[in-house]
Design a protein around this ligand. Structure first.
Ligand code: SAH
Length: 357
């Protein structure tokens, strides 16, 4: 093999998915002093994604870096800002041409970013736009970190909270998600506290124990959406073969191990999960595990033949839960003028591109 071919075959390391201490270690192993690693970490934390721009590093080192490591800056394909509430939504293009969404929402207590954890999703929930084309691939830890960092830079809004509630099922991408949590929490990175991070899952119960063992004090949100197997089986394939009893057991164990209360997400779908009987059963489930319930008016998705429960019924449902002494909130709808619910922008862009070709 010619030297050139050998070079192109070198497996490059994904620099952004490494913890700062591991970057520094690799730099010293390459024969450079530790402070050079620190300088590199500083550039990365500031969002520099091109070795040639790292001007305080020697030229030879920058060349060495590009030989060993990959680095990429996600490109803004679309940016939409809500005129109603300032919600900003980004569609990013990744290095391989795939696209993902990130949403920045402003609340009284600061700005929250909602990030994607996968390109697409394999879970097949009946009401969700993200899953329509299936799973394309997992995101790397570095790609998730860049969703947060570049959302902050491009929206000029300081990010205080993170929710993993965008495209994808985070527990189907467990290792990269955990590495992302460590990266975004790192003192030499964005330094966002674990208590300011929520991870939402459709109920991949096999992973709850692993997550609890990590002792990372994030909030676990469970997308329940139905309190009985008959209804949940209809709208969430993830319920098949697991079932609500197993889910409740896993929630309880998580609570026992971490002392952290779980929250239940409950998207209200007209005629599907919004009856009085559902409210009664949901109250029982919530009390079983001491969960907080978040009621969400269903966001309309073109491809899905489901409608949102009316505000009147949502409020009656909430009253019923409160009568049962359940801690419950109705999630404020943000960015309704910019298709802010997960997967919609990516979906519509794929559809438009498809129609054009
Ligand atoms: N896969 C994870 C996280 C991504 S979805 C999960 O299932 O939790 C984030 C939240 O949005 C989940 O609670 C999901 O059920 C909900 N969701 C998806 N589509 C929705 C829609 N059309 N309207 C309201 N909520 C929706």
């Amino acid at each position: 093999m010619k030297p050139m071919d050998m070079q192109s075959n070198i497996q490059k390391t994904d620099l952004l998915s490494l913890l700062p201490e591991d970057i520094i270690l690799q730099i010293t192993e390459m024969g450079y002093p530790e402070y050079r690693g620190e300088q590199l970490v500083n550039w990365l934390a500031r969002g520099v994604r091109d070795f040639s721009e790292m001007q305080n590093l020697p030229k030879k080192m920058r060349e060495d870096l590009s030989e060993h490591f990959t680095l990429f800056r996600p490109q803004v394909m679309r940016k939409q800002e809500s005129k109603i509430d300032g919600t900003v939504k980004f569609l990013w293009q990744l290095a391989d041409g795939n696209s993902i969404e990130t949403v920045v929402m402003s609340y009284r207590y600061g700005n929250t970013v909602c990030i994607s954890s996968q390109v697409g999703c394999r879970q097949g929930c009946a009401f969700c736009a993200s899953t329509i084309g299936g799973l394309v691939r997992n995101l790397t830890a570095g790609e998730m970190l860049d969703e947060v960092l570049f959302s902050e830079i491009e929206s000029a809004k300081k990010i205080n909270h993170i929710v993993l509630m965008g495209i994808g099922e985070p527990l189907d991408n467990f290792n990269s998600v955990v590495q992302f949590l460590k990266l975004v929490n790192h003192k030499k990175g964005m330094n966002i506290g674990y208590r300011h991070i929520s991870l939402s899952t459709c109920g991949i119960t096999e992973r709850f124990h692993d997550l609890a063992l990590l002792d990372i004090p994030i909030t676990l949100s469970v997308s329940l959406h139905a309190p009985d197997d008959e209804t949940r089986d209809r709208i969430m394939p993830a319920n098949h073969g697991r079932g609500i009893n197993e889910l409740m057991k896993a929630c309880n164990e998580y609570f026992q191990m971490t002392g952290r209360r779980i929250s239940f997400e409950y998207a209200m779908i007209r005629g599907v999960n919004d009856s009085e009987k559902h409210a009664e059963l949901l109250a029982q489930r919530a009390k079983e595990v001491g969960a907080h319930v978040n009621l969400i008016p269903l966001n309309h998705v073109d491809e899905r033949n489901l409608t949102a429960t009316s505000d009147r019924v949502i409020h009656a449902f909430k009253d019923k839960l409160e009568e049962e002494h359940v801690n419950v909130t109705i999630r404020r709808k943000l960015g309704s003028d910019i298709e802010a619910s997960c997967g919609q922008l990516r979906r519509n862009t794929i559809r438009e591109t498809h129609n054009q070709s």
